[in-house]
Design a protein around this ligand. Structure first.
Ligand code: GTP
Ligand code: MG
Length: 197
């Protein structure tokens, strides 16, 4: 799939303000700082970034909606697990994100992002389990592949799947990506292309 148009639609601070649409929608979710906004820019951004990447984690605090090729939507969700965010803020995010994930009717697939540089984190495993239990369709996207040697990334992925095997029978597929060297861009776009047919 070629990306010939991508535009920012709107930021939402509550689920209710999202526009109802039949367009297929894909949501990027994951721990704060895992690289959601960077990946969105790498995959659908042109010369200019469309999602805001900041040096400080916890910055994407709203649901940011993008329209791609005038055909499908992409959503950048606030990150979970940022320790410096107050507990009440964290709860608010969780409520907001889970309300979106559980109720968005046109949600085609969630991309759950995991940092490929680190060994499995409890918070990511818990979130993956939550997606499974809620029967929300998702795949895993391991990020920041450029930060370690390929074998080290693959070992972390393997370990993640080993941990996941404790609560999941049909493991989801995954892609390994890097926003720095554009690894995995075609994999993700091919996946979306098939899903919107
Ligand atoms: N080397 C490398 N750095 C990356 C990659 N992706 C993201 N980063 C860096 O990681 C930091 C966080 O990236 P973001 O894209 O803002 O992460 P996010 O998940 O959107 O973060 P929040 O919005 O705070 O939840 C930034 O400093 C990025 O430059 C990658 O593939 N490789
Ligand atoms: Mg972000």
């Amino acid at each position: 799939m070629q990306i010939h148009q991508s535009e920012f639609i709107k930021s939402h601070i509550s689920f209710d303000s999202l526009t109802e649409t039949d367009r297929p929608e894909f949501a990027f979710v994951g721990r704060s700082n895992v690289g959601k906004s960077s990946l969105i820019n790498m995959i659908v951004g042109g010369k200019k970034n469309i999602a805001l990447v900041s040096s400080k984690p916890g910055r994407t605090q709203m649901i940011n909606e993008f329209l791609i090729n005038k055909k499908w939507n992409l959503v950048d969700l606030p990150g979970y697990g940022y320790a410096k965010t107050s507990k009440s803020q964290q709860n608010k995010f969780q409520e907001f994100v889970s309300e979106y994930l559980l109720n968005r009717e046109n949600l085609t697939c969630v991309f759950a992002l995991i940092d490929s540089k680190i060994s499995p984190q409890q918070i990511d495993l818990e979130f993956t389990k939550w997606l499974m239990d809620a029967e929300i369709p998702f795949i895993l996207i391991f990020t920041k592949a450029d930060k370690s040697k390929p074998n080290a990334s693959l070992r972390n992925i393997e370990k993640f799947y080993e941990e996941m095997a404790q609560f999941c029978e049909g493991p989801p597929r995954y892609f390994l990506t890097s926003s720095s060297n554009r690894q995995g861009r075609k994999d993700v776009l091919d996946f979306i292309d098939l899903a919107i047919q």
